[in-house]
Design a protein around this ligand. Sequence first.
Ligand SMILES: *Cc1c(COP(=O)(O)O)cnc(C)c1O
Length: 364
Amino acid sequence: MTSINHGLASLTIDLDALTANYHILRARQPSGAVAAVVKADGYGLGALPVSNRLYREGCRHFFVATLDEALALQPVIPTALIATLTGVAPYGAREQAERQIVPVINSLPELALWRAEAHRSGRALPAFLHIDTGMNRLGLTPDELDQLIQNPGLLSGIELRTILTHLVSAERPEDPLNQIQLARFRAACGKLPRALRSIANSSGLFLGSDFASDLARPGAALYGVNPTPAQPNPMQRVVALTARVLQIRTIGPGETVGYNGIWKAQTKARIATIGVGYADGLPRAISNHGHAYFDATPLPLVGRVSMDLITYDATNAPGLAPGDDLELLGAHQDVDQLAAYAETSAYEILTSLGNRYARRWIGA
Ligand SMILES: *Cc1c(COP(=O)(O)O)cnc(C)c1O
């Protein structure tokens, strides 16, 4: 059944471009596997269609944040390995084990939880082990690592699959912390039982061959975010967002637009209003900044971004009429550019994309 799109805005996700990005990333690490990080519903683009497509392209490892995300995803890719980055769910160890969702163990107490579950169930349980090499967020601290090395029994009942670490500043190749983390990680792995190793996120895959490992964990670059911010984007664009013009009105010089009148017309101006706003993930911080595009014509955003409405100065687009689509994300303005206007990251833009859009997946 085809449903009519009554929505005021459409979000199109190009799974062919996503696939191209996956292969670009694989080519950067030919000797190891490349997982897909699909936490937060695939960075807002739909973990299920994204994972389904990547599985068909040969991807066999998927990272989510939580057990709930893993359980929702599993029916789509039943034979893939799904791992939870936030570790063992506090009250979900048993279900996690029974459903064969692999935790990324982030601390010794979590390791104890998983070990207890292994003993309870009477079988070895697979795990990833996260070593903190500088993020100071999750992962075994240097102290915990020492304890583990002194007491290998802490791993009894655990089938240690992969040891991983997470880079602090991979998108800044000049940051000395990248090499420091690599050295710390190698030292740690050298003292632990043999296991596969996992280092790079998206940007890490562009740091050179030292950062190659058995399993890379890109997220953002799959979705078209630039992993090399100082250079042109090597990835293909995955997301397009268009919104329909609701009304156009002409205002006189000196009149203001929107809440608090933060934009004032200097001359006669045509104002176009679309039906999306900050409730749809368009940051209020782009008030009076940035553009939408009518074909190739940029229309400056004027006034405050409201909850459900945004206004543009369409004076230089006399052909624009109510019902026409404006491009918010697309060929003329990508996620990185919109993020720059909002002084935030492309990650935040993607994961904030709201649920009022008509979402459409090309190539599903
Ligand atoms: C989110 C995350 C990733 C993916 O990072 P990107 O920058 O989106 O490629 C990889 N590893 C860990 C531990 C993460 O939390």
